[in-house]
Design a binder for this molecule. Structure first.
Ligand code: NAD
Ligand code: MG
Length: 387
């Protein structure tokens, strides 16, 4: 019997790679639902190829346009954020691939967990914003949350058959981004084009900028804290520019287990889709002799303070990580519109966090309220230019 899946964010970088993995193993998966933000041209192609029963488009006008193009034929077309959530809870779906970018992924992901669906999680923002709430629900519903993020997939795989109590450290690797070797004094002037050039991975715009500021690693530290249920003090970041070792786990006896592979998201996606089994991907093998050298460095948090702010937010807990995430989303959007400089991104985050007194995040409303507050605050900081 084929595994019935829904892909939230099917037109994005992870969504497209997920469908590529599905296409390589058509006998294993049935695509029941797809969702997109606004790219109906690509969604239409995906509909023709994969025949989903239901799709949703966040942008209402684009949803109407798609309906006109498709007419009364299958699939059913929903719209808006409610429409996306409808797809995430379709009764026949067993596994939801959560690959929307940013806070927009939170509600559909939580809704799917509430309905008892397994989650292949790419949308790290869900756990950054509401890690405690989400993991409590995961436990309560007895669902699997399988990481798609390459670092977390590496740790997840390295922990197979191990006891949580035997973990000493989780070591998240990071490429260091395109500005790893740039002197601090020059960072202020980096262009949007340069920031969008990631050395090893081809990803969506937001995560590419997050990788350049190292906030991506900060968000991943928070994601790891919740997925693996370890203390922040047990999570280290290691710069590894070749992105071959995807992450490592050190155990109490001094053994370190790591997972390696070519930097291609289809490997962790395939693992998450086929968990607990493995399936042939026909991707090229990693040739370590060809790679030659694997190198490592300490992260420079003076140059890339966003990583430090993420640890601070995790340490403060409660609503602070949601505030960090929202301020980052607003700052990255402003940088993408070339309204602020690259080095203003951490400035906006710090100022927003400074203005927030963290409170308990017991229910989703606490998180959503902090998210809204932080977005307004970050906008205000940007428009008043008090950076
Ligand atoms: P992307 O920008 O390429 O794609 C995002 C998808 O979300 C698109 O389908 C878009 O239409 C949809 N979307 C955007 N805003 C939306 C909204 N408001 N409502 C509904 N849908 C919306 O992003 P991506 O690079 O594929 O990343 C997706 C997620 O996966 C992010 O959380 C990212 O951190 C994580 N991730 C990505 C990679 C990668 O290699 N790209 C690796 C690890 C983790
Ligand atoms: Mg990652």
């Amino acid at each position: 019997m084929r595994k019935r899946i829904a892909i939230l964010g099917s037109t994005g970088s992870i969504g497209v790679s997920t469908l590529d993995v599905v296409e390589r193993n058509p006998e294993r998966f049935e695509v029941v639902g797809l969702t997109a933000g606004s790219n109906i041209d690509l969604l239409e192609k995906q509909i023709k190829r994969f025949n989903p029963k239901v799709v949703a488009v966040y942008n209402e006008e684009q949803a109407e346009r798609l309906k006109k193009r498709i007419g009364n034929r299958v699939p059913e077309i929903y719209s808006g954020s409610e429409g996306i959530t409808e797809v995430s809870i379709l009764p026949e779906v067993e596994l939801v691939i959560s690959a929307i970018v940013g806070a927009a992924g939170l509600i559909p992901t939580i809704s799917a967990i509430r309905k008892g669906k397994d989650i292949a999680l790419a949308n790290k923002e869900t756990l950054v914003m509401a890690g405690e709430i989400v993991m409590k629900l995961v436990k309560e519903k007895g669902v699997n949350i399988i990481p798609v993020d390459s670092e977390h997939s590496a740790i997840f795989q390295s922990l197979t058959g191990e006891k949580k109590g035997d973990i000493k450290r989780l070591i998240l690797t990071a490429s260091g981004g395109p500005f790893r070797n740039m002197p601090v004094s020059m960072l202020k002037k980096v262009s949007l084009k340069d920031a969008l050039k990631h050395p090893n991975w081809n990803m969506g715009q937001k995560i590419t900028i997050d990788s350049a500021t190292m906030m991506n690693k900060g968000l991943e530290v928070i994601e790891a804290r919740w997925i693996f249920g370890v203390d922040a003090s047990c999570i280290n970041v290691l710069i590894h520019p070749q992105s071959i070792i995807h992450s490592l786990v050190e155990f109490i006896d001094g053994s370190i287990i790591a997972q390696l592979g070519i930097p291609d998201m289809r490997t962790p996606i395939s693992y998450a889709l086929n968990y607990p089994g493995r399936v042939e991907t026909s991707l090229p093998s990693l040739d370590l002799a060809e790679t030659g050298k694997l190198t490592f460095e300490k992260p420079d948090t003076e140059k890339f303070p966003s990583l430090k702010y993420a640890f601070q937010a995790l340490d403060e807990g409660g609503t602070m990580p949601a505030v960090l995430n929202a301020a980052n989303e607003i700052a990255v959007q402003a940088f993408l519109k070339e309204e602020i400089a690259f080095t203003d991104i951490p400035g906006v985050i710090l100022k927003t966090m400074d203005g927030h007194r963290s409170s308990a995040a017991n229910i989703l409303e606490d998180v959503l309220e902090a998210d809204t507050w932080a977005r307004d605050k970050a906008e205000e900081i940007i428009t008043s230019k008090i950076l």
